[in-house]
Design a protein around this ligand. Structure first.
Ligand code: AMP
Length: 472
């Protein structure tokens, strides 16, 4: 099937051609005709399957032909999403698909001032893309009402629940008019999601389930560099200098501080780059992301949490500057390259104390990562001898070599409390199958360790004191 065969109005067909789509993806092929008939839809699909166009195009078509107009402080279609990054992306898609129509759209999310968002709503908007908290806030302020709503889309429902939005969703649903068309998307359908869907959708919705369009991990060319932590920056700089074909490079750092440090090293070397992580303001993050998408900067350095949910096409290279301690995260990271049938390259740096993480990654992916060209090491400064201090601050930012830490942990009387378990993750046979990670607002394992290390009476600190005393 071709897009041109779908009963979509000319301005939409033109936009589809402008964005370069020819054939609908499976979810688009299965959803668009039923949605155009006004049916409710339950879609089990992840980001990357083309689900945004699957709901955006039929909604735009129906808005176009309905003959109705938006009223002040109302919206005709509401798309509810869990994060601002996703909300911005989805609204960008609506803008692209509606570029040859008079249909308006806007995006509202928390973490920024609400004045300009309220302004956009004064005259009413056709498509409102929102995160739940800010939507309820603006409804409370009477900046927008849902009374004229015709289409309701709940996207990423499972992540919404993971992030604790269930009460907000219930509040929003209670404000919706009875007569409306509903679309409900979730990557997984556990019981609580099925129950939630039943409270939103009309009986017997069309059910569409698509396998994620996975990036076969085999299609990603991988390289491994075994390198001490101190020379990782120099290696990254050298590789970028040697390979001008590395045009759109995503670098993953375990920590926010580490991400900033990488940016400083690269900027000094004249590489255009920026970092996105939790300490950056929303405006700075959006700016960095936009510059990266528009190829105004060559390198985007991100923490796993900040990179979650961002969809950047055509990433040519992914660098694992630090290896993640959750192997599924590695699969998720490298899946940022080799998208949409393109080839991609993932380069991983492994410091001596990351060997254990490397083994876990290789075991999960069942791939032995080949080592990169060792000639590059000749261009790097020689490795520096480890001092007791540098040993304490080893490659993972841990102040202990792993062996000492394990030995300590094995003393039963002093065993510290266990770190909270990560969300269970599905075994990742394909990149997209790795579950999206948890809410950025929630503490992560690394943060837990950091917190534990920094407690005044922690063993790490005591050990630090002992070591520094013994070194005079
Ligand atoms: P989504 O799952 O909606 O986030 O889409 C993932 C990516 O696929 C986005 O970059 C879309 O622009 C792209 N895309 C969506 N539909 C198509 C299509 N029919 N042909 C080619 N690319 C598409």
């Amino acid at each position: 099937m071709l897009f041109s065969e779908l009963p979509l109005a000319n301005p939409l067909q033109r936009a589809i051609r402008a964005v370069g789509y020819e054939t609908p993806t499976p979810i688009q092929e299965q959803s668009i005709p039923s949605l155009l008939e006004g049916k409710d839809l339950l879609g089990i699909a992840q980001t990357g399957t083309g689900k945004t166009a699957a709901f955006a195009l039929p909604i735009l078509q129906l808005l176009l032909v309905s003959g109705k107009f938006r009223a002040p402080k109302t919206c005709r279609a509401l798309i509810l999403l869990p994060t601002r990054e996703l909300a911005i992306q989805v609204e960008e898609c609506f803008k692209q698909y509606a570029q040859f129509t008079a249909i308006s759209s806007t995006c509202i999310f928390g973490g920024v001032g609400d004045a300009s968002q309220k302004n956009c709503l004064v005259r009413g908007v056709d498509v409102l893309v929102a995160t739940p908290g800010r939507l309820l806030d603006l409804i409370g302020q009477k900046a927008v009402s849902l009374k004229a709503l015709e289409f309701f889309v709940l996207d990423e429902a499972d992540r919404m629940l993971d992030m604790g939005f269930i009460h907000d969703i219930r509040k929003v649903v209670a404000l919706l008019p009875q007569k409306r068309q509903n679309l409900f998307f979730s990557a997984t359908m556990p019981d609580d999601i099925t129950k939630l869907a039943a409270t939103i959708l009309r009986p017997n919705p069309v059910r569409v389930e698509v396998a994620p369009q996975s990036t076969p991990i085999e299609r990603i060319r991988q390289e491994l560099y075994r390198i001490d932590k101190r020379r990782k920056g120099a290696l990254l700089k050298e590789l970028l200098q040697e390979h001008p074909e590395m045009k759109k490079v995503l670098v993953f750092s375990r920590t926010k501080h580490g991400a900033d440090k990488i940016v400083r090293v690269l900027e000094k070397a004249g590489v255009k780059c920026a970092a996105i992580h939790g300490n950056k303001s929303q405006t700075r993050r959006q700016e960095a992301l936009k510059n990266f998408k528009d190829e105004k900067i060559r390198v985007l350095v991100a923490t796993d949490i900040a990179a979650r949910g961002i969809d950047v096409d055509d990433v040519s290279h992914v660098f694992n500057y630090d290896l993640p301690d959750v192997p599924e995260t590695f699969v998720h990271r490298i899946g940022r390259t080799a998208r949409a049938g393109k080839d991609g390259i993932a380069i991983s740096f492994c410091a001596p104390d990351e060997e254990q993480d490397l083994r876990a990654i290789e075991k999960l992916t069942r791939i032995r990562i080949p080592e990169g060209d060792k000639a590059i090491f000749e261009k790097l400064p020689p490795p520096q001898k480890e001092t007791p201090e540098s040993e304490m601050r080893n490659a993972r930012g841990r102040r202990f070599p792993r062996r000492e830490k394990q030995a300590q942990n094995s003393k039963p009387a002093q065993t510290p409390p266990k770190a909270p378990k990560q969300q269970p993750q599905k075994p990742a046979q394909s990149v997209q199958q790795a579950r999206p990670e948890h809410n950025s607002e929630q503490p992560q394992k690394a943060d837990f360790h950091k917190h534990r290390r920094n407690r005044p009476g922690s063993k790490a600190r005591r050990r630090m004191r002992e070591l520094s005393n013994s070194n005079g």
